[in-house]
Write a protein that binds this ligand. Structure first.
Ligand code: SF4
Length: 390
């Protein structure tokens, strides 16, 4: 978006009438892929004469599914800059670096997202991403820092993102702890997106403490609480090792939010193994769980294993979701009466809302808040989907 803006285009991420639409597709699940296709239909209905450009994972995986009338250009995850060139009719020089990035900009509403790497080396049995995005390629610390410095003028929170941020730096002789330390002087809080358990060790935790501006929120990808299922998934840790990582985090930050992703209904997952996951989630006391029903992806190692019956999947999703809601409440309730620091995102005129440092959704009666700015609030009570402050 920022590249298009820099070239003088009026740009929006709202679904409104436009001459050109750039659709960044996702293939992480079948549902995401279906929604990407649906989106093409939606924008065609808004302006049947528009030029549509389709990029991203889903189109890289299967370009043909987007060969629809009105779609002018279909590409994958690389060479996104071609879209700038095609929309604008001007030549954009290729960026001569292994990490392919869009130009730096300031396009965000509240929190800023800074991509630090692309790709992943892990090849989990259920995941198509490494086949589509390739191996881990890290962006230089200098380039990340430049972008963060720019964003820090307009926001108090920067989220470091990527496909697998835990592998950051391995290909360029640096590391995530080094990156964290290099951002420690910025006047913003840094939030780390999804982490793999293997990144958590004393060196990593010491860097976070030393930096002093990293949120006490660790989204530590679990996927299953059964070691046998983890092995089938080609995940490289046991449930016990995962627990040790959580214990280490809590020895540094006792009330840190530990959140996670869990895949429900991996094809070999038995009822007993699913119960192990429920018990493990309870033991860890996750602050939040993203519950993903297993999605069979052609081309992955797990594809030949088939899928569990829909009724079994639905039942397990329901049970884990219920547990998730209970654990989330149990984590959030004790903060009533405490002060939290919230970066305001939006307001409906009655309540402003945003996330606390430990990733709790907080609602504050609206006053004169600026999106992206941090405020300290006192928590007074609970809402169905978060906490209420004054
Ligand atoms: S670590 Fe994440 S991105 Fe990499 S293969 Fe596993 S699930 Fe996919």
């Amino acid at each position: 978006m920022t590249g298009l803006k820099a070239l003088g285009h009026e740009v929006t991420d709202e679904l409104v009438f436009a001459d050109n639409y750039v659709i960044n597709t996702c293939a992480v699940t079948k549902e995401a892929e279906r929604k990407s296709r649906q989106f093409v239909g939606k924008v065609k209905r808004i302006n049947p004469k528009a030029d549509i450009y389709v990029i991203g994972c889903a189109s890289e995986k299967n370009a043909e599914q987007f060969s629809i009338k009105g779609v002018k250009y279909v590409s994958g995850t690389a060479k996104k800059e071609d879209v700038l060139q095609m929309v604008s009719g001007v030549h954009i020089a290729e960026i001569p670096q292994e990490y392919e990035s869009m130009p730096i900009g300031t396009n965000f509403r509240a929190r800023a997202y800074v991509k630090i790497e692309d790709g992943c080396n892990n090849f989990c049995a259920y995941c198509i991403i490494p086949y589509l995005r390739g191996r881990c390629r890290s962006r230089s610390i200098q380039s990340i820092r430049e972008e963060c410095v720019k964003y820090a003028e307009n926001t108090d929170e920067i989220v470091l993102t990527g496909i697998n941020v835990s592998c950051y730096g391995l290909d360029i002789g640096t590391s995530l702890p080094e990156l964290i330390l290099s951002l420690s002087d910025l006047p913003v809080r840094i939030r780390l997106s999804s982490l793999e358990a293997n990144i958590v060790d004393k060196n990593f935790m010491d860097a976070i403490v030393k930096a002093g501006n990293v949120c006490p929120h660790f989204h530590l990808s679990l996927q299953s609480g059964s070691t046998a299922v983890l092995q089938e998934m080609h995940r490289h840790y046991t449930a016990e090792e995962y627990k040790e990582k959580v214990d280490l985090i809590r020895s540094y930050f006792p009330s840190a939010a530990i959140t996670t992703d869990i895949i429900v209904g991996f094809p070999t997952e038995t009822e007993e193994q699913f119960k192990e996951t429920l018990a493990f989630a309870e033991e860890i006391a996750f602050a939040n769980i993203h519950v993903f029903p297993y999605s069979r992806r052609f081309g992955t190692a797990a594809y030949p294993l088939g899928s569990l019956p829909d009724a079994v999947m639905a039942d397990r999703v329901r049970r884990l979701t219920e547990l998730r809601d209970r654990l989330k409440k149990a984590y959030e309730s004790p903060f009533v009466g405490s002060d939290l620091e919230v970066v305001v995102e939006t307001s409906d005129g009655v309540f402003a809302e945003g996330y606390s440092e430990n990733y709790i959704r907080v609602y504050v009666p609206d006053r004169d808040f600026t999106p992206g700015k941090k405020i300290t609030v006192t928590i007074e009570g609970e809402r169905a989907d978060g906490l209420l402050a004054r």
